[in-house]
Design a protein around this ligand. Structure first.
Ligand SMILES: Cc1ncc(COP(=O)(O)O)c(C=O)c1O
Length: 427
């Protein structure tokens, strides 16, 4: 098949009626497939079942520093758990606070505390300003944007380039606006594009001049150990870069074991400068008398160290890599020659990001939904749910079975073709 723009009107009409027929056949199948969220499959969850047996009633539950894990205390987590995340994030254990099962809630609370109380270098709590703003490299993670919307923070979209956010734009904006207090970043195998920030981008983020003295980088390193190849992307250490640039308190790093063990029952962490960590620990102490250390102990016993984590993640990759490959193969076979979509081939993470022709994504997602294939809503990867080019669709291949996935992606491709041909006909 050839590039759509090379077809004349009658060829386009023939193609369109052929596609319409295929679409109506698909609808008759009454499919019900969900590709909307990046969740591990049950098979992946099974990889961590042993974890549940690693804390038993007959065990000694007093660990390092004479901590009885059953009791109150250790508001910032067990030293053993901090060591585990310290190795994973390449920081010192004293730069870590361990959270509950969700790093997203750590992010939410970090933003909320900054609004209510300010951060280490704040002259005033952020909420005292007329309008706090965050930079949102996009396409990005919809739940970051939801935090801003829920807490009344204005979002400024910044384009994602091949090696991270458009740094010329970021530098220009933060240099001139005191109300820009933060930037959301998913620096490794980004959600949704699978991009890992280059060393240059990390250095520029650490060094850039900001009008706000209390500007913060919200570094969501959710996919730091989630490689799909045996040649993982490398991410420069942001905290070191910030120290080197004399901006030691600029970054908050977040991570969790959600997609390592169990999303509903994992552990999370925040890493930052000691000064930031000390303030957060103090603030946390009014919120809790101590976290779930039994679950921390289970995780420490199961994951042990970075080497064991990497071995465990290889088992995840063995399950999900064929799914990514399948999606990429179907996209290539069904769409490449038409020249109506582009997509990325990630080395890790949980998503494939697809761009349709401009102005087509909403209609594609609607048609797919009407054919029984649920996708992440079009626009979700942009602030306020508004993709300015209406073209980005996030594909989450991990949860469905291979068979379901193949059907779902074929339906998606059919919908992309239908909408693109219609667009060409309407020109
Ligand atoms: C970039 C990113 N950050 C955070 C999360 C959620 O993390 P957690 O389960 O630790 O709250 C996700 C989940 O999809 C994600 O994609």
């Amino acid at each position: 098949m050839t590039d759509l723009s090379a077809l004349d009107d009658s060829e386009l009409k023939d193609l369109y009626s052929d596609l319409e027929k295929k679409y109506s056949d698909v609808k008759k199948q009454n499919l019900s497939l969900d590709m909307s969220r990046g969740k591990p499959s049950p098979e992946q969850l099974d990889l961590s079942m042993e974890l549940l047996d690693l804390v038993k009633s007959e065990d000694t539950l007093v660990v390092k520093e004479a901590i009885d894990v059953r009791n109150y205390g250790s508001v910032d987590g067990l030293i053993e758990t901090k060591q585990l995340f310290a190795e994973m994030l390449d920081v010192a254990p004293k730069q870590i606070i361990i959270g509950g099962n969700s790093s997203l809630s750590l992010m939410h609370d970090t933003v909320a505390r900054a609004l209510l109380l300010g951060v280490v270098d704040s002259k005033t709590p952020w909420s005292k300003l007329p309008n706090v703003k965050f930079l949102c490299p996009s396409p990005g993670y919809d739940r970051h944007f939801s935090i801003c919307e829920a807490l009344g923070i204005e979002m400024i979209t910044v384009e994602m380039l091949e090696d991270g956010p458009d740094m010329d734009k970021v530098e220009e904006l933060v240099k001139n606006d005191e109300n820009i207090k933060g930037i959301w970043c998913v620096p490794k195998y980004s959600n949704p594009e699978g991009i890992t920030y280059s060393d240059e981008v990390v250095t520029r983020l650490a060094q850039m001049e900001t009008k706000a003295t209390d500007f913060r980088i919200f570094w969501d390193d959710a996919y730091t150990v989630h490689h799909l190849t045996d040649q993982p992307d490398q991410l420069k250490n942001l905290l070191d870069a910030c120290v080197g640039a004399n901006n030691p308190n600029r970054a908050f790093i977040f991570a969790s074991t959600s997609k390592v063990t169990f999303p509903g029952s994992g552990i999370s962490a925040i890493a930052s400068s000691e000064e930031n960590i000390n303030l957060i620990r103090k603030q946390l102490s009014t919120q809790t008398i101590g976290p779930d250390k039994l679950n921390q102990l289970r995780h420490v016993r199961f994951l042990k160290d970075l080497k064991t984590i990497n071995q465990h993640m290889q088992k995840h990759a063995a399950i999900i890599k064929p799914k990514f490959d399948m999606v990429l193969n179907v996209l290539e076979t069904e769409l490449a020659s038409y020249n109506i979509a582009t997509w990325n081939e990630p080395n890790g993470g949980y998503f494939i990001s697809l761009n349709t022709l401009d102005g087509c994504a909403t209609e594609v997602v609607k048609l797919a939904s009407e054919a029984g294939v649920k996708l992440t809503p079009a626009g979700a990867t942009y602030p306020y749910g508004k993709d300015p080019k209406d073209r980005n669709i996030r594909i989450a291949p991990t949860f469905p079975t291979l068979t379901e996935l193949k059907t779902a992606i074929e339906v998606l491709c059919l919908c992309i073709k239908l909408v693109s041909v219609k667009k060409q006909l309407d020109k």
